[in-house]
Design a protein around this ligand. Structure first.
Ligand SMILES: CC(C)(COP(=O)(O)OP(=O)(O)OC[C@H]1O[C@@H](n2cnc3c(N)ncnc32)[C@H](O)[C@@H]1OP(=O)(O)O)[C@@H](O)C(=O)NCCC(=O)NCCS
Length: 142
C-alpha cells in the first residue's frame, strides 16, 4: 500500500487538486459525510493523497487539514474495500510518512462506520458533548 500525491496538473483553481482525483473522491464519497467536504474551503491548508494497492489500483484517499496548527484527519475508503480494517492501515501509513505524532479527527455521530473505525483503532475521545452531533478524537502514533 502506498501514497500517490494528487497531481498538480489540470488543477481545480485554488485547490491544487487534480480534477480526476477529485472526481474519484466524489465517486466514492458522494454523501459528503465528512470525508473530503473540507476541500471546498479554499482558506484551509491541507495535504491529500490517493492510496494505491500493490497493483496501483486506487483504494481510497487520505489527507490532513491543518486547523489552528493541528492536523485533522480526512479519510475515505473505496466502498469495495470497506470493512476490511483499511482505516487504521491508511492512518498508520500517513502518520509514518508525514511524521505526524498526534492526529485529530472530528466525526459526526450519525456516521456509525466512522465512529466504530475510530474506536476500534484506538482513537481517544477528547470531546463528546451529548448535546452536540459530533465527537473529537485524538490518536498518537506508536
Ligand atoms: C469511515 C470509513 C473511512 C471506515 O473505513 P473502513 O476501512 O471501512 O473501517 P473499518 O473496516 O476499520 O471499520 C468499519 C466498522 O464499521 C462497521 N460498519 C460498517 N458499516 C456499518 C453500518 N452501516 N452500520 C454499523 N456498522 C457498520 C464495520 O462492521 C466495522 O466495524 P467492526 O469491525 O467492529 O465490525 C469508511 O466507511 C468510509 O470511507 N466512509 C465514507 C467517508 C467517511 O465517512 N469518512 C470519515 C469521515 S470522519
Amino acid at each position: 500500500m502506498k501514497f500517490k500525491q494528487f497531481l498538480n496538473e489540470d488543477v481545480i483553481d485554488g485547490l491544487k487538486l487534480g480534477k480526476a482525483d477529485m472526481a474519484y473522491i466524489k465517486s466514492i464519497d458522494p454523501e459528503d459525510l465528512g470525508g473530503f467536504g473540507w476541500a471546498k474551503r479554499k482558506d484551509y491548508k491541507y495535504e491529500v493523497y490517493t492510496v494505491l494497492d500493490s497493483n496501483d489500483t486506487k483504494i481510497g484517499a487520505i489527507g490532513i487539514t491543518i486547523i489552528g496548527n493541528f492536523p485533522f484527519l480526512q479519510i475515505v475508503v473505496d466502498p469495495k474495500f470497506r470493512n476490511q480494517n483499511m482505516f487504521l492501515r491508511f492512518v498508520n501509513l500517513m502518520m509514518k510518512d508525514l511524521s505526524i505524532k498526534t492526529l485529530f479527527s472530528k466525526v459526526f455521530k450519525v456516521n456509525v462506520p466512522s465512529v466504530k473505525a475510530h474506536m476500534k483503532s484506538g482513537f481517544k475521545e477528547v470531546y463528546n458533548d451529548p448535546q452536540k452531533d459530533f465527537i473529537y478524537y485524538s490518536f498518537e502514533r506508536s
